[in-house]
Ligand binder design. Structure first.
Ligand code: HAM
Length: 419
């Protein structure tokens, strides 16, 4: 036997037995998102690397350390997408959508790629359900978007989640805060971890998010962004908080919440779930009022979020077992097999699920398989049945059986299985 090929570290298969719960996520998305006016968009899984450098930011972990990049045959740098927002904004600008759709509400579901150290809840290929609402600066849109996230989580039966929100300010107030933070932390530079010493010059806000305990202690007394917001950002945050309270959406203001992507402005939020361990954010997002312009469009405010689906499904109750199969056909001998094949094709053509046995195993073995498939009825085509021009139709739950003439077997089975 040849050596087995291992899957790539940090990737995982989603087996048929697990598809039920993923299907429930897709069903929740496709029933709830249209209620809020979102339409599906699909963008490529790879893009010019520059797209993510300009949007997510060159000084972020995602771009610095985690992107899968390669050169195409013309030497252009390509990256597997580490997230969905940049591609959606690129697509909107490219297709000139924003003129025709003053508020473009879009959603996507698909795989993302980050070369992170794999651990529980952290993969190198993972899936996101993301929404982006592009074209509106009002804080009431932020409220609507956060309420939508809460509704999606509830619809998936995930309720032990804390919604944390913060404002990360804007280009007007953030630079002064950044300076205040850097001067407060510079005095203790030597005690910071290596990453944070570097971040102090490249991306100081990320220090607030460092998981190294000593860095946490040092930044605990650092100045907070909420105290440095400009009037516009402060009012915006107050309106978001009021709106969430009005809607009864529970949240906690976390003044230390910062995001690992550079494009955020004003509102930032995360849904932190109980039971996920260290990787506790099941969803995250925020406003990105400068991104459309950064990617070559006319200045257009926007907000969105993405749910990490691997994390979401681990929080969901297993949706139970596969549905039972209405019919199973057991056939004995070549003539019976030919008959069976015609029968199952006719039955499927009428929209009824049916499975047949293609082996020449004993009836007992074939019926065992019917049992495993949780078939409700078995159609038995044996030599004796065929000679009599009939089939035995056995009710596997009631343990009763009857003979049906072959002439109208398909029609009767279809009739009986129709809802
Ligand atoms: P993010 O916080 O980088 O934001 O990712 C969003 C969610 O994706 C996380 O909260 C987490 O549930 C999941 N996730 C991230 N990385 C991994 C991983 N390595 N393994 C498993 N799950 C992961 C964004 O990606 C933004 N694009 C969200 C957004 C949309 N902001 C505005 N619009």
């Amino acid at each position: 036997m040849s050596e087995r090929i291992q899957p790539v570290k940090g990737t995982h298969d989603i087996l048929p037995e697990e598809q039920g719960v993923w299907g429930r996520v897709r069903a929740a998305a496709s029933s709830i998102l249209p209620l809020y006016g979102y339409r599906e968009i699909a963008t490529p899984m790879f893009e010019r690397a520059e797209l993510f450098e300009r949007s997510v930011g060159v000084a972020t972990d995602i771009v610095e350390k985690e992107m899968y990049t390669f050169a195409d045959s013309k030497g252009r740098r390509i990256a597997l997408r580490p997230e969905g927002t940049a591609g959606v904004v690129r697509a909107c600008v490219h297709h000139g959508r924003l003129r025709a759709h003053p508020l473009d509400k879009l959603y996507y579901l698909g795989p993302m790629f980050r070369r992170e150290r794999p651990q529980k809840g952290r993969f190198r290929q993972f899936h996101q359900l993301g929404v982006e609402a592009i074209g509106e600066p009002s804080a009431t849109l932020d409220v609507e978007v956060i309420a939508l996230l809460a509704r999606l989580l509830t619809a998936c039966g995930v309720d032990r989640v804390e919604l944390q929100i913060n404002s990360v300010g804007c280009s007007e107030c953030r630079p002064a805060y950044r300076d205040a933070l850097v001067s407060a932390l510079s005095a203790r530079r030597a005690e910071l971890c290596g990453d944070c010493r570097r971040r102090l010059t490249t991306n100081p806000l990320r220090l607030l998010d460092c998981k190294v305990p000593t860095c946490g202690e040092i930044t605990a007394s650092a100045p907070e962004l909420v105290d440095h917001l400009c009037d516009g950002c402060r009012d915006h945050l107050a309106t978001v908080e009021q709106g969430l309270t009005d809607l009864g959406v529970a949240y906690r203001l976390n003044p230390r919440l910062v995001r690992g992507l550079d494009y955020y402005t004003r509102t930032a939020f995360e849904a932190i779930a109980e039971g996920l361990g260290a990787q506790a954010a099941v969803a995250a997002g925020g406003r990105y009022d400068g991104l459309v312009e950064e990617l070559g469009g006319t200045p257009t405010p926007a907000i969105g979020f993405a749910i990490g689906l691997e994390r979401l499904v681990t929080l969901m109750e297993d949706g139970g077992e596969d549905p039972p199969l209405p019919l199973f056909v057991a056939a004995l001998g070549d003539a019976a097999h030919r008959h069976a094949l015609k029968l199952v094709e006719a039955v499927r053509g009428a929209g009824v699920a049916v499975e047949m046995d293609h082996s020449d195993r004993s009836l007992k073995a074939q019926l065992k398989r019917a049992d495993r498939l949780k078939a409700r009825r078995a159609v038995i085509l044996g030599e004796e049945e065929l000679a009599a021009g009939e089939a035995t139709v056995r009710d596997l739950l009631a343990h009763s059986q009857a003979r049906y003439p072959l002439a109208d077997l398909a029609a009767r089975l279809i009739e009986e299985e129709r809802p």
